[in-house]
Design a protein around this ligand. Structure first.
Ligand SMILES: [Zn+2]
Length: 323
């Protein structure tokens, strides 16, 4: 048996970046984290990316000569074809950063570049909740809602690098809520962790709830508090949680009717709410989706946690060299 090829994936976030060595089976051999410090400027950011990749190799007891290819995932906005981050809201003040070419020129290895949510989708498809499926749609539920679509092993990048922006599918156009993107009616404006809190606060203004006297986990109301209060039987919190599940079912049904995937996977901080929340989403889907996809599409939680991004970035690196 020939030795395993090894790749390094890097997932750059607004606060920190995570890198690891990953083998042909999607198993991680290391995982390191460095602060991104976007305020120090994009050259510092580019150098930190290269340092993180080298450190991931060292932590696995390897040198860069053992690595076949690298993959870098970053937040948008971006141009995947040219390998640039354009004007990223989470990495200010970076602008027009030639990520792919810079990393390739420093490390002298084939270098893939991908959107972070697309990379996380790829990670789950390759090595997590989507293992064995042909197609997968991934929603990350955090302060915002990210998305990624994998069809037959490839990321659906779209013609303008904007494929899979599932947080911004429209789910409500009557008195729609304003989204962080500046438009209205987006899934993210209803079902992100931030919006769960906002909707709970609005309901609390005119209704009784255990949340009025809740021992707050983080000093102020969080989505976790709302989910915990729902578990304790609080009617207001339960309604907010159930509506959130309904909104996510709407988002899921939109992609079911668009591409009819094997599986829809939810990841991100909010899945800490656990299996009962997933069951709620599953129960709402037959109300809004065609019967066959509603019955057959697998609805799952992600399994790789915050490793999905770098594992998926490594999968994109692998796709450069394994045809
Ligand atoms: Zn939006």
């Amino acid at each position: 048996m020939s030795p395993q090829r090894l790749y390094i994936g890097l997932d750059v976030g607004g606060t920190s970046m995570k890198a690891g060595v990953v083998d042909d089976n999607g198993h991680a051999h290391s995982g390191i984290s460095l602060p991104t410090e976007p305020h120090k400027g994009q050259q510092h950011g580019l150098d930190t990316m290269c340092a993180a990749i080298r450190q991931a190799a060292a932590e696995a007891g390897l040198t860069m000569a053992d690595i076949v290819a690298v993959g870098v995932a970053t937040p948008g906005t971006m141009d995947l074809k040219t390998g640039y981050i354009l004007d990223p809201p989470n990495l200010k003040p970076w602008r027009d950063v030639p990520v792919r070419d810079y990393v390739r020129s420093q490390l002298h290895l084939p270098t893939a570049f991908q959107n972070d949510a697309n990379a996380a989708a790829m990670g789950e498809y390759w090595a997590g909740a989507g293992r064995g499926y042909h197609s997968l749609v991934f929603f990350t539920l955090g302060t915002g809602i990210g998305g990624g679509i994998i069809l037959n092993g490839a990321v659906l990048e779209g013609e303008h690098s904007h494929g899979g922006e599932l947080g911004h599918v429209k789910i409500e156009m009557t008195n729609p809520r304003l989204c962080g993107c500046g438009k209205v009616g987006c899934l993210e404006a209803y079902a992100s962790a931030t919006q769960v809190v906002k909707r709970a606060r609005e309901a609390m203004a005119s209704h009784k709830s255990l949340l009025h006297d809740w021992p707050l986990t983080d000093g102020e109301l969080s989505a976790k508090d709302v989910f915990d209060a729902a578990d304790k039987g609080d009617a207001l919190a339960e309604q907010i949680v159930d509506e959130t599940a309904y909104y996510l079912a709407l988002g899921a049904s939109n992609v079911m009717h668009t591409i009819d995937p094997d599986a829809i996977v939810f990841g991100g901080g909010m899945i800490a709410a656990g299996e009962p929340f997933l069951e709620r989403i599953r129960r709402h889907i037959p109300r809004v989706a065609f019967p066959v996809p509603a019955a057959r599409t697998q609805i799952r939680f992600a399994t790789l946690g915050s490793d999905a991004g770098f594992i998926g970035a490594a999968a994109c690196a692998r796709a450069l060299v394994v045809k």
